[in-house]
Design a protein around this ligand. Structure first.
Ligand code: LMR
Length: 392
């Protein structure tokens, strides 16, 4: 029976981690999977997390089960950061549950949408490859539109067209900030139009906020989400703490549901609890508990915010250097200077991406996506020269 299972290719992005580790070249450059790196190329545990973990170690008296919803103190502590300090639950219309990372949040949000009767998911492409995989795995239909134009700006005609065409059984998946993989975000004026269009069409918005704080700041990066939620009767939000708390492998995320009132939200979330119970029973506790401890402690919030500011500033420096490189070989780096978050796309062919790896030891996704944080003042010239070489 089990030999009916055919060999599957390894996940292309995650496979890069292993390939890079196995490469003996001292000057190799890892621009693959999206983890933040310091100017020394390290991905350290946040100081705020270390302190919170210490506190957790001292104060935690039990590891007995919680429930499928996970740590609701964590879920609620995040809400003012996501939905605004004024009225984080929008009068009881928003609540959520903890999930295993951002992937768990997207998975649960889409599974909830499916249970509610959603048949089709609209999504701008390119997108994070796992989005389409999850949609397919759930047996939902995927409808795509172009996320950006050849000029390197968000394709507003495409997104507004998709929203207008979407029906009552449809949902639209939008990246809240720091678009993965293009780094091309909607401007605030774009979000105003998107929010109005979603209101008019009735399509269910699912906003994936996986990089809050890595674009322009925690408040700034929530603009689009808050605009949309301010207009529509219902929405789903998938949230990740992987990047903005550096908790990657600890798998810390949350899914939020916004509906007309608290009773409806409770009913929707009871479905989330049932889905979680059948899939992973309950999410891992440790990382979420550390986030909660930070968010409940003013001094730790300050430490965390300072670390986030430093990350953003370093990425801005790298982007400034990329942008200033202008045209090198066949690639114009200028747009990368003003894009946002961890990622940008270098327009390379599959063969050129391979040549970057084999000839120059530069590891990047097959789509040409680079993790900008993998660039440092020590390797950026080497990277640009490699791009110029393979595109010459
Ligand atoms: C990425 O896109 O590199 C990250 O979101 C990590 C992942 O799980 O793919």
């Amino acid at each position: 029976m089990l030999n009916n299972l055919q060999q599957q290719p390894a996940d292309a992005l995650l496979a890069l981690i292993k390939l890079h580790n196995e490469d003996p070249r001292a000057d190799k450059i890892d621009l693959g999977v999206g983890v933040y790196r310091t100017g020394d190329g390290a991905t350290p545990v946040f100081a705020a997390i270390k302190q919170a973990e210490h506190k957790l170690h001292e104060t935690q008296v039990s590891k007995a089960y919680l429930g499928p919803e996970g740590d609701m103190g964590f879920v609620h502590a995040l809400m003012p950061w996501i939905f605004g300090k004024q009225d984080p639950s929008m009068g009881g219309r928003i609540d959520g549950m903890q999930t295993p990372g951002g992937t768990g949040a997207v998975r649960l949000a889409l599974a909830l949408a499916k249970r509610a009767g959603v048949k089709r998911i609209w999504m701008g492409t390119p997108s994070w490859p796992n989005h389409a995989q999850i949609v397919a795995d759930l047996g939902l239909e995927l409808k795509t539109f172009a996320h950006s134009t050849a000029d390197g700006v968000a394709n507003m005609d495409a997104v507004l067209g998709a929203i207008a065409e979407a029906g009552a059984d449809d949902a639209i998946l939008l990246h809240g900030c720091c678009h993965n993989p293009t780094g091309i975000d909607y401007s605030n004026a774009d979000w105003d139009k998107i929010a109005a269009a979603i209101k008019a069409s009735g399509v269910l918005p699912l906003i994936d906020l996986a990089y809050q704080g890595l674009g322009y700041g925690m408040e700034e990066d929530a603009y689009g989400l808050r605009r949309v939620l301010g207009e529509v009767p219902e929405a789903l939000v998938a949230y990740s703490c992987d990047k903005n708390f550096g908790l990657y492998r600890d798998r810390v995320g949350a899914v939020y549901v916004m509906m007309a009132d608290a009773a409806q939200v409770n009913a929707a979330l009871s479905n989330g609890h049932a889905l979680a119970r059948a899939a992973w029973s309950m999410p891992p506790d440790h990382g979420a508990a550390a986030v909660r401890i930070i968010l409940e402690d003013e001094a730790l919030v300050k430490t965390w915010q300072d670390e986030l500011d430093q990350m953003r500033e370093r990425m801005l420096q790298v982007r400034a250097r990329l942008g200033a490189a202008g045209k090198q070989g066949g690639v114009d780096f200028t747009p990368m200077g003003s894009q946002s978050g961890l990622f940008s796309i270098v327009p390379l062919t599959g063969e050129q991406v391979l040549a970057m790896r084999e000839k120059h030891g530069v590891y990047m996704a097959g789509s040409g996506r680079i993790n900008v944080a993998g660039l440092t003042m020590n390797n950026i010239d080497q990277f640009i020269a490699a791009v110029a070489d393979v595109t010459a």
